[in-house]
Design a protein around this ligand. Structure first.
Ligand code: NI
Length: 392
């Protein structure tokens, strides 16, 4: 059997894994049942998974012939606090929780890859480390960071790592990746402005937190337009704003919450300082006070040149070069696979999952339903990339 036939032979198992996972989603940090399911599936393959690695993380080794390098394949497995509206027969059984980012698909593909690779131990030298990672969606409690801290890249030490993420922006049968930044940093901030309440008819007796907040919102956008090079991409979004209690009372407090994204780690470092200078200047000059909290989340996901070239070349051979898309722009979404890429050479690619004629729903949408026909494609690219790396 060639690789495509081997993948075909486990297709039903992969589909069953995916549908079970989809029906039983768990949010970041709470993936107890999901982790138990994965560990059991790995034991059924004769593997000896290590559990509770940095939270609910799971690691398993597939050893080929003696000698050789160690390559890791990573899949994430947490879901989102979203009420599913897909109407699928295997839709979420957990109210208000949904696999709306395709992590069920990533995990099913890695379980399928494990099954195929277990039957190929005589055909490669080296070790394949399977990393099943929880808590990808929590920017301030990254599962990748915790698994790395728990030593997932040691014993044996990993030489390179690959991961994939479904994307409805690309058709089924294709993948997309570029060299350098694949996704942006993702930070979160909280601002509280404190003024002084007074009657709405007597502003001179108070300090209006709404007016201060409005100035701050406008001025913060000048960081993007005036402080950062136009050649660097930055997003500064305030997505949540709350102030006041009554239409005729000067608000005592105004709170804002938002996110910053960038593709450049140096720019990421610059942002909190610039923001605080503006917030402080405006709040204090208008008689108010402020609190500012900036939590660094994910760093940009960077594809290492050699790892990128390996996946690109492997996929071009498998799928044909027209099916390997090199986007001109990277996404401004966040992804905690970035932390693996900070430690060792890494490559991350988008796996096209948009079926022709099917309605388009983006990631994190309550109707997002990736095309399952993408799964054999993702498995083939992932397995082939790992084997190509080990044979280099
Ligand atoms: Ni995701």
């Amino acid at each position: 059997m060639n690789l495509a036939e081997k993948i075909q032979a486990v297709k039903d198992n992969v589909e069953a894994h995916r549908r079970w996972l989809h029906a039983h989603p768990e949010c970041s940090g709470q993936e107890k049942e999901t982790a138990a399911y994965i560990a059991k599936a790995l034991r059924n393959l004769g593997l000896a998974p290590q559990e509770n690695v940095g939270g609910y993380g799971i690691v398993a080794l597939i050893e080929g012939k003696k000698g050789g390098k160690c390559v890791a394949l990573r899949a994430d497995f947490d879901a989102l606090a979203i009420q599913e509206e897909t109407g699928l027969p295997f839709a979420s059984k957990n109210p208000g929780v949904m696999h709306a980012c395709g992590h069920d698909v990533h995990t099913a593909m890695l379980l399928g890859a494990a099954e195929v690779l277990c039957s190929m131990k005589e055909e490669f030298a080296g070790t394949i480390k399977l990393i099943f990672q929880p808590s990808e969606e929590n920017a301030t409690d990254s599962g990748a960071k915790k698994m790395i801290a728990a030593g997932v890249l040691e014993n044996p030490s990993v030489d390179a790592i690959f991961a994939q993420h479904v994307s409805p922006n690309y058709p089924t049968g294709s993948i997309a990746l570029n060299e350098g930044a694949m996704s942006a940093s993702s930070d979160r901030f909280f601002i509280t402005v404190k003024g002084k309440s007074s009657h709405g008819s007597a502003p001179e007796n108070g300090v209006d937190a709404v007016t201060i907040g409005a100035q701050i919102i406008t001025a913060l956008q000048t960081i993007v337009s005036r402080n950062i090079s136009p050649l660097d991409s930055v997003v500064l979004t305030i997505g949540k704003l709350a102030a006041g209690s009554q239409y005729n009372i000067i608000a005592e407090e105004c709170t804002m919450e938002g996110t910053c994204r960038t593709l450049n780690p140096q720019v990421q470092d610059q942002l909190p300082q610039r923001m605080e200078a503006i917030i402080k200047g405006i709040a204090e000059s208008m008689g108010g006070t402020y609190e500012f909290q900036y939590s660094k989340g994910f760093i940009p996901t960077m594809n290492a040149p050699a790892a990128f070239a390996l996946v690109r070349d492997t996929a071009q051979t498998l799928l044909g070069s027209e099916q390997v898309i090199i986007p001109e722009k990277s996404a401004m979404t966040g992804e905690d696979f970035s932390f693996f890429g900070r430690e060792i050479p890494a490559a991350f690619y988008w796996l096209g999952c948009q079926k022709e004629d099917a309605p388009f729903y983006p990631l994190h949408n309550n109707r997002f339903a990736p095309d399952e026909a993408a799964m054999p494609v993702g498995m083939e690219v992932m397995i082939s990339s790992a084997l190509a790396y080990l044979s280099e």
